[in-house]
Write a protein that binds this ligand. Structure first.
Ligand code: SF4
Length: 274
């Protein structure tokens, strides 16, 4: 179930350019694309999912290319988002849910996320960070201490396939996952299965081996589950609207057999797979 909550007022945002940049750097202001109230996705329970604008990756299968440009988001003062969180705090907590910050890439705005998660921690609200991990070095220990769950998108296991899939390097994601595991931060690893792009046996094996290796760090067992997400074409119209050449124009969703094979590769490593 998805409820579009619409946009609140942004009245408190500063108007001067330098004043605005200072407020973004300080985390008093965020560039926000949209938000939704959702159930059974983006973490446990009913969640307020906030999509921040801006992303450093260019995933071929991205279904939110309209979040890529941080300048195309809407300015929202931290107080505005806090008010929205407080409005839905009861439904989030009674359903075992919480707040998820997604994107785009939330770690492009680490100070804003830090302030929001601090507020949630003070109110006892569960927090989930949905990230590729590429900018994991931007996340302070303070931010991670207030993070209940990380939804870590590992987009490929082989460096060259990761580069082809995202346009960026794999290593920062691997490093971030290890840091999380050493700190015993719960993780749900996510892997988008795209026929002809990420579905190679060796590529999947590399992700599965990495996920299994994380279970040996810290107190062990940080990876609570692996979500294998079948590719879909729901983002195609957005690529067209943006005038971006869409590389997966003719790529079908994976077959049942392929999804089963890939889930089986993760299960064979002793991982819980959904
Ligand atoms: S990290 Fe997410 S928002 Fe960024 S390009 Fe990839 S799928 Fe799109």
């Amino acid at each position: 179930m998805i409820i579009d909550l619409g946009l609140p007022t942004f009245a408190s945002a500063p108007t001067g350019r330098s004043e605005r940049l200072a407020a973004v750097r300080d985390g008093m202001l965020g560039s926000v694309h949209s938000w939704e109230l959702v159930t059974a996705v983006d973490g446990p329970g009913t969640r307020l999912t906030v999509f921040l604008a801006g992303c450093a990756l260019r995933c071929q299968y991205c279904h939110n290319p309209d979040t890529w440009n941080i300048n195309h988001g809407r300015d929202l003062a931290v107080s505005g988002l806090v008010a929205l969180i407080d409005r839905y705090a009861t439904i989030m907590t009674v359903t075992g849910g919480g707040l998820t910050v997604s994107g785009g890439e939330p770690l492009l705005q680490p100070a804003f996320v830090t302030r929001i998660f601090r507020h949630c921690a003070e109110r006892g609200i569960h927090t989930a960070l949905d990230t590729s991990g590429f900018l994991g070095a931007q996340a302070s220990d303070e931010l991670l201490a207030d993070t209940s769950l990380v939804l870590l998108d590992v987009k490929s296991g082989l460096p060259e396939v990761y580069r082809e899939t995202t346009g960026r390097e794999l290593q920062p994601t691997l490093d971030f996952g290890r840091r999380l595991a050493r700190a015993d931060t719960p993780m749900w690893l996510r892997f988008v299965l795209v026929p002809g792009l990420t579905d190679g046996v060796e590529n999947v094996e590399a992700v599965a081996a990495y996920a299994a290796s994380l279970q040996e760090l810290g107190s062990g067992g940080s990876v609570e589950r692996v979500e294998v997400l079948p590719f879909h074409q729901l983002g195609r119209d957005k690529w067209h609207e943006l005038g971006e050449p869409y590389p997966l124009e003719n790529t079908p969703p994976p077959s049942r057999e392929l999804v089963d094979r890939v889930r089986g590769q993760f299960r064979a490593r002793g991982l819980t797979v959904t």
